[in-house]
Design a protein around this ligand. Structure first.
Ligand SMILES: *Cc1c(COP(=O)(O)O)cnc(C)c1O
Length: 397
């Protein structure tokens, strides 16, 4: 077996090489570059970073300085977004799941845009955030994404019409529609389907005299650096996705009025490939399984509970910097805890990663494209393994 090639920004590479403890690094200039490229690809859209993907103050301040707004999911996230310097008008409460207290607190903080997907939630917003602007989330199939998000959030197109009609009757402004095509969405067809859903609801709303002023296309834009269960690059069709989104926006503007605004809530796409973890080898073992098969397992200092929460669903590229030209064995990669889910996805003949046969306990390992959903999912110390510390690299650092 040979190792999958990796790509690292120079700032990340040198920080990883110099690190002596387990730590995640973020390349701030890299994040700024991805943000700027996104605006170039999708001109005229308003980007509101879904801050749960990287709730790190320095990262949020950088994005706010570049003009980004924020998609927040709780009063505490709203407070963090405002602290980063975003004007309150560019922060919205994007969680359809809210308590009365949460709505009232957000309103007190100055938030006027709320996501919704049900009549009880509209009633609560009307009571605790009188006169607010609401946008209704339409459920999508989630097909083509690594995480579909399809049942917990959003309503049917018919219900969306009812929800926004009720919002108007309750004195709220029926301001928009939203979707989320699923996280790490790998197909452009998912976007095509989402635009068709939105178009249908806009037509129905117009019959009732309701003309939303914006469409929120949610998150779902993919990271580029993950690998599949065979260690090959995933190669998401990012160019095609951008083209589909541009065409979809143009078409909706053409059909429903040129003044329709578009909002994006990227999370993963902005930060995943701009973060990398330095950890260590605990042990490379070789054990016979109950079915008689002998397997190599590589245990690392970092896993599901201290930086790699998504590792049971996806594979990251690994680099073994002290074993550059090496003979590799296929191994299942796992974290250090006593939880069996604390491992890369593994089944028969899949999910094996090439690992240098000669690795020893303590050897450094770099985990690439691990910048999304790392810090937000740290436990307080599951099994006594410390939360992963982070360092934000500034220009030239
Ligand atoms: C998590 C979330 C996002 C970001 O999703 P990504 O797949 O990371 O881009 C955007 N919008 C909402 C409402 C979310 O909950």
């Amino acid at each position: 077996m040979t190792a999958a090639p990796g790509s690292l920004t120079p700032a990340l590479r040198s920080a990883l090489a110099e690190a002596t403890d387990d730590r995640i690094f973020y390349d701030l200039a890299g994040i700024a570059r991805v943000y700027t490229t996104l605006l170039d690809e999708l001109p005229g859209t308003d980007v509101r970073f879904a801050l749960k993907a990287c709730p790190v103050d320095e990262v949020l301040a950088e994005l706010a300085a570049l003009g980004a707004g924020f998609d927040a999911a709780s009063p505490n996230e709203i407070t963090q977004a405002l602290r980063a310097g975003a004007p309150v008008g560019r922060v919205h409460y994007g969680n359809t799941v809210k308590s009365d207290q949460g709505i009232a607190e957000a309103y007190r903080l100055g938030i006027r845009d709320f996501a919704t997907d049900s009549l009880p939630d509209v009633t609560a917003i009307a009571e605790h955030a009188p006169g607010a602007r609401v946008f209704c989330r339409i459920a999508t199939s989630g097909e083509g994404a690594l995480w579909g998000l399809s049942r917990k959030f959003g309503c049917s197109p018919a219900d969306a019409v009812e929800v926004l009609t009720a919002a108007r009757a309750a004195g709220l402004t029926p301001a928009g529609l939203s979707v989320h095509v699923g996280s790490q969405q790998l197909t452009s067809e998912a976007w095509t389907a989402a635009f068709a859903l939105i178009d249908g609801v806009l037509v129905e709303l117009r019959r009732r005299g309701i003309r939303p002023d914006h469409v929120n296309l949610g998150g779902g834009l993919p990271a580029l650096g993950y690998v599949d269960r065979h260690g090959s690059a995933l190669e998401p069709p990012l160019g095609e996705i951008f083209r589909t989104v541009r065409q979809g926006c143009d078409r909706l503007r053409h059909l429903h009025g040129g003044d329709l605004d578009f909002v994006l809530e990227p999370g993963r796409h902005l930060v995943a490939d701009q973060g990398a973890i330095r950890t260590r080898v605990y042990r490379l073992t070789h054990r016979q399984q109950p079915d008689g098969e002998r397997e190599h397992w590589l245990y690392l200092g970092c896993g599901k509970y201290n930086g790699l929460y998504e590792m049971d669903q996806l594979q990251y590229r690994l680099v073994f910097p002290t074993h550059p030209d090496r003979e590799c064995v296929p191994a299942v990669v796992a974290g250090p805890t006593c939880d069996s889910d604390d491992a890369f996805p593994h089944g028969h003949a899949t999910g094996r990663v090439p690992v240098p046969r000669a690795v020893a306990s303590g050897d450094p390992v770099w985990i690439l494209s691990s910048g999304a959903y790392a810090v937000s999912y740290l436990t307080q110390g599951f099994n006594g393994f410390d939360p992963l510390p982070y360092t934000v690299l500034r220009d030239g650092a």
